[in-house]
Structure formats: structure tokens, C-alpha cells
Design a protein around this ligand. Structure first.
Ligand code: GTP
Ligand code: MG
Length: 465
């Protein structure tokens, strides 16, 4: 289907999250030239309310055939071009939940000339109609899926135009250089002398700005994707109790019997702005029990995939040889913290932890009591420090993966221009790679992008975005 065929159609979808029994309000959005006509058919608006743009109307969704009143709703009409998509948009604010909003949407979709919106289609239309650039549309998506406050702040910076402005500026600087070079290709003799080192310095400066953005992206990943933190230790040291403490709820079963946890248990939490998947595992020790054995094998799998390992040991018993053996099994590249638990039971905890009966020596990084909560803040600080999460604090904007890939293509192309420059090749050799770099930056903002690429980007969005 061609793009022009697509925009002629009016589209509709539920734009709020849909969950059974949840959400006081749900919104059906209709966008396209038929939006108002369709809604007038589906919603009965009593009294003398005016269908004016950017006003709220009140009415009932009525099933034409049965004359059944389906819901009591509010309508917001936004006439083109002052809407999210730039087209005529009407939003029907229905009551929440699952069934009702689907019935309203079905009635809308039953009207001639309307079809269900494709994933990301509202955003795609917003970009195609020039309401927002591509980086802002992607930022909306990032904002919605942000898992931490910091990730949301970074996405908001993108929505404010932080990425578009930076990339457009760099692209413009490259365009300025390109026009100088292009002019020399045709009219070298008629133009003033062009200092190649000035050109190369300018290209190098753009290249290093791009690399800085790539670096910031890497540092911001932790806030967006989060971390996988595994609780590992011998049976009964209090791993499940720690998971419960940090999750703020009784997620895992805790008993005084060693070998309580048999399976892997995950809990999604936020620690110091970082989204964390905390994983409780089966206590590791030698056992004949086949079920426990499977659990322990799984503990080792989790251990290998973790971003941080919290090796928990029991301060009451002190650091033992078995704890030391376990410590040795943690792959050296994974950051680990030694967590001495049950601090409440052991008043001389530090001393005893340092020298245990097995004469193994180790210092706990954090002493904690999963029972009383003592030491919890220290544990959080230590985890954040272990993964260098604080280094992402200085990021002002953060590109996404697609944008970073393109920035790196531009970086490589600029490196090739430098090589060509150093070899003192003719101007037209310079311009090939420079154009390539400019095109890549244009693809970030959407200024230089094909329909097929846009389709691919937006198909990764959800329906209703
Ligand atoms: N006094 C005290 N008891 C604790 C503390 N943490 C855990 N316990 C107790 O220690 C016992 C074992 O706790 P769990 O959390 O089930 O230990 P676990 O490491 O998950 O054990 P497995 O699942 O068997 O590997 C329970 O009786 C807990 O109540 C603590 O900080 N202080
Ligand atoms: Mg357990």
C-alpha cells in the first residue's frame, strides 16, 4: 500500500493501556478526515453543545442497531492541523476496563471508511504531517516505556527536541563544509583558496561531538534497560528474606528450613533510579535431593547471566570455607558484593565475619538484617556504586539504538573523509563520504529517510501509539 493511500484512510485505536477491571477512563482515538463524521454517528450528544475544536463535549455511545446505550463519555475534537497527527482527531473518553472500550472501538470500526490503526501509525502520521520530527516521535515511545524516573527524564529531553536540535546542528555544519567542497569541484579557479586543515578540523569536531553522544547513550543504558541482580548464597542465609525486604512485599517463601527456594524467582524493583530485576535463587550446597539439584543448577545459570551478584552469607555463622568456594565460582568479570546478613543476631558481626571458624578471611561489603531492615540503604548505595550507575547522571539527552547506529555510520564516514584529506585526493573524493555522513544524520531526524525505513521504525511501536 502506498503512503498516499494510507493517509486517506481514517484510523482508530484504543490509546490507553487496556487491563481488565482497571483504569477509570480509557480513550479511543480516531484520526483522519472522517473522524468527526464517524463520531457523530456513534455518539449522541444531548442539548445544544457545539462541535467546536478543542472543546469538550458530553454524550452517550449508542449502538445504532439495538439503540442500546453503551457508555457515558466525553469527546474532545481537535481539528487539523492542531492535533497530535496533524489530521482531524476525535478522542472518545469512555470508562475504563476491557469490555466497554472494545465495544466502543468496534462500533467506530463498523463505520464506513474507518479501519484499525497499525502499530505506531498515529505517531507515523504525526511525523509525515510535520507535527513532530522522528526523534520526538521515538522519544514519546521511550517516555511511555520508561522504567525509571531518570529514563523518563532522558526521554522527555528527546521530546523537547534535545536530540533533533543537536543532530540538526551537526548536520548543518557538515552541509556547510559540503557546499564549500562542492563549489570547488566545479569552480576551483574562481573561488578563494580553501584551507584543508580548517575543513578537516571542523569535520573532526563534529565527529567528536557524535562520539560524545554515543558515549552518553552507553551511560544511559542502565537507566533504560536496567540491571539483573542475583542473590546467591548457601541455604538459609536469608536470600529470599532479602528479596522480600527490597521488593517491599512478601514475594518469596521464607522458612527456617535450608533448601526452601527451589526455583528462580524474579522481582522488578527500582533502586536509586535504576530498574532492577532482582533474582532469588536456590541455596547452593551439596545435596542428594534431585529437585534441589535442578534448582542449584539454575542458580548457577542465573549467576553467569547476572550484571551484579550479591553473595549473601550468614553473619551469625561467619564467613565459611563453603562461602569462599562459592565466591570462587563467580566469573571474575561480574561485579559482586559480599552481603553479611542477619546482622541483628550478631552484635560483634564485623569481627566474626572477618575471621570465621574455618579460618577463611573476608570482609563483607555490606552488613544487613533482612529481618529488621538495618543496612538496607547501604546495600542500595553499594549496588549502585558497583555498577557505576552514577556515571549516567551527567547525560542530558540519550539517543536510542537506531540513532546511535546511524551516528556511528556518520562517524565512520567522517573518518574516511579525513583519510581522503590526508592523501590529498581531489575534492570530489571528499564529498562522497561527507554526503554519506550527512545522509545518516538526516536519517536520525527523519529529514532524509525513505518511507520503507519509516514503516520499519513505526512497526516496532505498539498499537495506539
Ligand atoms: N534473625 C534473622 N533471621 C533472618 C534474617 N534473614 C533471614 N532470616 C531467617 O533465616 C531463615 C532463612 O531465611 P530465607 O530467606 O528463607 O533464606 P534463604 O537463603 O532464601 O534460604 P534457601 O531458600 O533455603 O536457600 C528464616 O527463618 C528467616 O526468617 C535476618 O536478617 N535476621
Ligand atoms: Mg530462599
Amino acid at each position: 500500500m502506498t503512503f498516499s493511500a494510507l493517509v486517506e484512510e481514517t484510523i482508530a485505536a484504543v490509546v490507553t493501556a487496556v487491563a481488565p477491571g482497571q483504569g477509570g477512563v480509557a480513550i479511543v482515538r480516531i484520526s483522519g478526515s472522517l473522524a468527526e463524521k464517524v463520531v457523530r454517528k456513534v455518539v449522541s450528544v444531548p442539548g445544544k453543545q457545539v462541535w467546536a475544536s478543542h472543546h469538550v463535549l458530553y454524550g452517550y455511545v449508542v449502538d445504532e442497531t439495538s439503540e442500546e446505550r453503551i457508555d457515558e463519555v466525553l469527546l474532545v475534537l481537535m481539528k487539523s492541523p492542531r492535533s497530535f497527527t496533524g489530521e482531524d482527531v476525535v478522542e472518545i473518553h469512555c470508562h475504563g476496563g476491557l469490555i466497554l472500550v472494545q465495544r466502543v472501538l468496534d462500533l467506530v470500526l463498523a463505520q464506513p471508511g474507518v479501519r484499525r490503526a497499525l502499530p505506531g501509525e498515529f505517531s507515523q502520521r504525526a511525523v509525515l504531517n510535520g507535527r513532530i520530527d522522528l526523534t520526538r516521535a521515538e522519544a514519546v515511545n521511550d517516555l511511555i516505556s520508561a522504567r525509571s524516573k531518570r529514563a523518563a527524564q532522558l526521554a522527555m529531553a528527546g521530546l523537547d527536541g534535545g536530540i533533533e536540535e543537536r543532530i540538526s546542528l551537526l548536520r548543518q555544519r557538515l552541509l556547510d563544509q559540503l557546499s564549500e567542497l562542492d563549489a570547488r569541484v566545479d569552480f576551483e579557479d574562481e573561488l578563494p583558496y580553501l584551507n584543508t586543515s580548517d575543513v578537516l578540523n571542523e569535520l573532526e569536531s563534529v565527529r567528536s561531538s557524535l562520539l560524545k553522544l554515543v558515549e552518553d547513550y552507553r551511560r544511559s543504558l542502565i537507566y533504560r534497560n536496567g540491571l539483573c541482580v542475583a542473590l546467591i548464597g548457601r541455604p538459609n542465609v536469608g536470600k529470599s528474606s532479602l528479596l522480600n525486604l527490597l521488593s517491599g512485599r512478601q514475594r518469596a517463601i521464607v522458612t527456617d528450613l535450608p533448601g526452601t527456594t527451589r526455583d528462580i524467582l524474579e522481582s522488578a524493583i527500582i533502586l536509586g533510579d535504576v530498574p532492577i530485576t532482582l533474582i532469588d535463587t536456590a541455596g547452593i550446597h551439596a545435596t542428594e535431593n534431585s529437585i534441589e539439584r535442578i534448582g542449584i543448577d539454575r542458580s548457577f545459570e542465573v549467576l553467569k547471566g547476572a550484571d551484579v551478584v550479591l553473595l549473601v552469607f550468614d553473619l551469625e555463622n561467619g564467613w565459611t570455607k563453603a562461602d569462599a568456594e562459592l565466591l570462587n565460582q563467580i566469573p571474575s568479570e561480574i561485579p559482586r558484593l559480599l552481603i553479611g546478613n542477619k546482622a541483628d543476631l550478631q552484635k560483634t558481626s564485623m569481627k566474626k565475619a572477618i575471621t570465621s571458624k574455618d579460618q577463611e578471611v573476608s570482609h563483607p561489603d555490606v552488613c544487613i538484617s533482612a529481618l529488621t531492615g538495618e543496612g538496607e540503604q547501604n546495600l542500595i548505595k553499594a549496588v549502585i556504586k558497583a555498577v557505576d550507575a552514577t556515571e549516567g547522571e551527567g547525560c542530558v539527552v540519550a539517543l536510542n539504538e537506531r540513532q546511535v547506529d546511524l551516528a556511528l555510520v556518520a562517524v565512520k564516514a567522517l573518518e574516511r573523509v579525513s583519510e581522503v584529506g590526508e592523501q590529498k585526493l581531489p575534492w570530489d573524493f571528499w564529498t562522497i563520504d561527507l554526503r554519506h555522513a550527512i545522509r545518516s544524520l538526516g536519517e536520525i531526524t527523519g529529514e532524509d529517510v525513505t518511507e520503507a525505513v519509516l514503516d520499519r521504525i513505526f512497526s516496532r511501536f505498539c498499537i495506539g501509539k
